[in-house]
Design a protein around this ligand. Structure first.
Ligand code: PMP
Length: 267
C-alpha cells in the first residue's frame, strides 16, 4: 500500500475508474486468462471486470441491477446471511433449498456430509427465479462443489434463459489440502453456455487477510458487468483507488515464491 501511495503516476489519490481501477482489472484478467478452465474464454479487462467495496457491495450492485420487486432468488442453505438480507432489501423473495445432510458417521468430510438435493433445487427454480447463488468453498460448512455437481446444476439452470448465477468464491484459496481435495476454482462460468449468465465473484479480503480494505470483484459478460458499473456510478460512484492498486500488486506478488513455498497461495 505504501508503494501504491508513493509511486508517481499511479493516481491513487484520485477517483477510481467506476468499473475497476485499470491495473487491478488487468491483473485479474491476466490471472483468469491463464487458468486452463478459461482457455476457451477471454476476459477483457475493459468490459468483463467490475470491482467494488468487497464482495458484499459487488453483490449488492448485482442484485440491485437485476432484481425487480417480487423476483425470486434461490439460495442453498445454510447460507451466508448477507444474501437473503440483500434480496429482501431489494424487494426480492429468497427461496431456500437445504443441502442434504448425512450425519450417519460414514461421511468424513464436509463435502460428503453436505450433498445436493437436485430434485429440491429443480423444484425451487421456476420462471420467477432471477438469480441462483452458489458459494464454493461454502460458508459456513467448507463444502467444495464438485465438477459433477456444478455440471448438474448448469443443466437445470440452462432451462431458464432469464436466470443469472452468482458464483461466490471468496474462499477460493483457503482449502485444507489443495492436493487431496482441490477446489474447482472459477469453473461454473466455463461450463457450456454458462458464461453469458454467470458472475464469478471473489474478494481480496479472505485471501490476503485484508477484510478491512474491502476490495471485491466480479468477472462476467459485458452486459451484466455494465449494468453493475452503471449502478455503482450512482451509489458510491467509485471505490478507493489506493486499495485496488495495492491488491493489483498483491495479485502479481502472490504468484511468486513466498516463505519457502512455490507461491503465497501454497504458503
Ligand atoms: N461471501 C461470503 C461467502 C463471505 O463469507 C463473505 C465475508 N464473510 C463475503 C462474501 C463478503 O466478502 P467481502 O468482505 O469482500 O465483502
Amino acid at each position: 500500500m505504501v508503494d501504491s501511495v508513493q509511486t508517481p503516476g499511479t493516481a491513487t489519490n484520485q477517483y477510481c475508474r467506476p468499473n475497476c481501477h485499470l491495473p487491478l482489472a488487468n491483473a485479474l484478467a491476466d490471472e483468469y486468462n491463464e487458468r486452463p478452465s478459461w482457455s476457451h474464454l477471454t476476459v477483457d479487462p475493459m468490459t468483463n471486470v467490475m470491482s467494488s467495496l468487497g464482495c458484499t457491495q459487488v453483490m449488492y450492485c448485482a442484485f440491485r441491477a437485476l432484481l425487480e420487486k417480487g423476483d425470486e432468488v434461490v439460495l442453498l442453505e445454510p447460507a451466508f446471511d448477507i444474501y437473503g438480507s440483500q434480496v429482501i432489501l431489494m424487494g426480492g423473495v429468497p427461496k431456500f433449498v437445504s443441502l442434504k445432510t448425512d450425519l450417519s458417521g460414514a461421511a468424513l468430510t464436509s463435502n460428503d456430509v453436505f450433498t445436493f438435493d437436485f430434485d429440491a433445487l429443480e423444484a425451487a427454480i421456476s420462471e420467477k427465479t432471477r438469480v441462483l447463488v452458489l458459494n464454493t468453498p461454502h460458508n459456513p460448512t467448507g463444502k467444495m462443489y464438485s465438477r459433477e455437481e456444478l455440471t448438474k446444476i448448469s443443466s437445470i439452470v440452462s432451462k431458464y434463459p432469464n436466470l443469472v448465477v452468482f458464483s461466490d468464491e471468496v474462499y477460493e484459496h483457503i482449502v485444507f489440502d489443495p492436493e487431496e481435495s482441490p477446489h474447482i476454482r472459477r469453473v461454473f462460468a466455463t461450463l457450456p453456455n454458462m458464461w453469458d449468465r454467470t458472475l464469478t465473484m471473489s474478494s481480496a479480503g479472505k485471501t490476503f487477510s485484508t477484510t478491512g480494505w474491502k476490495v471485491g470483484w466480479a468477472i462476467g459478460p459485458d452486459d451484466l458487468i455494465k449494468k453493475m458499473t452503471d449502478l455503482q456510478q450512482w451509489v458510491n460512484f467509485s471505490s478507493p483507488s489506493v486499495t485496488q492498486d495495492t491488491i493489483a500488486r498483491c495479485l502479481k506478488k502472490a504468484r511468486e515464491p513466498y516463505e519457502g513455498f512455490k507461491t503465497f497461495y501454497d504458503w
